[in-house]
Design a binder for this molecule. Structure first.
Ligand code: CDP
Ligand code: CDP
Length: 216
């Protein structure tokens, strides 16, 4: 059997399917799954809850420094704790969606997130926006998932309170806000998931991994 690759990156825009795919691929390979977006969401939650100015990165980092932030890479879904309180269920709200791109745009805040991600030991599949290009450039396998905006909005609408028009607009705004940090690595495999089922995407990722491993 081929050795298990140490790091696999799966990047892409909102609702491209990266976390669902990353979780299932990690499960199949028997390695951990890590969602980098949760740390950006946590920083945004803290910013909103403590009434910190989202444009003031020094104030955001000072507030984060007051707390013990931990990412638990549970196989069934990552959990985030803030001073031992599980806040995972508070991270996927319209309010956090609306502000996260502003918070995530600060290079200093990105460095704070990336330092936490680079501390993670062992093998894992990680999803995000810039995992393959900036954070883990030496990852064993890199993927970038895309899907047409209307397909992504339709996927997300059931997961949020808003209707299709509002979700479409929220996704458009987040795509725009995330543009700079949302580019594929040059050596990533691009998969347009618009007309694929979740299982077909998972199979394509696993086939690509196995084909590359077999070729080496
Ligand atoms: O699942 P979805 O794509 O909607 O969100 P997410 O992956 O949890 O990411 C939430 C937000 O965090 C994104 O819209 C980006 O603003 C930011 N993010 C980032 O800048 N870089 C990453 N590696 C991951 C997330
Ligand atoms: O992590 P990201 O925001 O990129 O997307 P997700 O939350 O993993 O996926 C959004 C939804 O689209 C989930 O309900 C998936 O089951 C569904 N879906 C998908 O991810 N890929 C497909 N090819 C078809 C559906």
């Amino acid at each position: 059997m081929n050795p298990v690759p140490s790091i696999i990156t799966l990047d892409g825009p909102a609702a491209s399917g990266k976390s669902s795919v990353a979780q299932r691929v990690a499960d199949t390979l028997g390695v951990a799954f890590v969602s980098s977006g949760l740390l950006y969401r946590l920083a945004t939650l803290v910013t909103l809850q403590r009434d910190v100015d989202a444009n003031d990165v020094a104030a955001i980092l000072a507030e984060l420094d007051l707390h013990d932030v931990r990412l638990h890479a549970d196989p069934n879904g990552n959990r985030l704790t803030l001073d031992d309180k599980d806040v995972t269920d508070e991270l996927h709200t319209d309010a956090v969606d609306g502000a996260v791109s502003i918070v995530a745009a600060h290079p200093e805040l990105r460095a704070w997130v990336n330092a936490r991600l680079r501390e993670i030991e062992g093998s894992f599949v990680i999803d995000g926006r810039d995992m393959g290009r900036d954070v883990f450039p030496n990852a064993a396998h890199k993927f970038f998932l895309t899907a047409r905006p209307e397909v992504r909005a339709a996927r997300r609408v059931g997961e949020r309170s808003a209707d299709l028009a509002a979700v479409t607009e929220a996704i458009r705004q987040r795509d725009e806000g995330d543009q700079r940090q949302s580019r594929p690595a040059d050596d990533a495999t691009l998969i347009d998931t618009s007309d694929l089922t979740l299982q077909q995407v998972i199979d394509r990722v696993l086939d690509t991994i196995h084909a590359t491993e077999g070729a080496t």
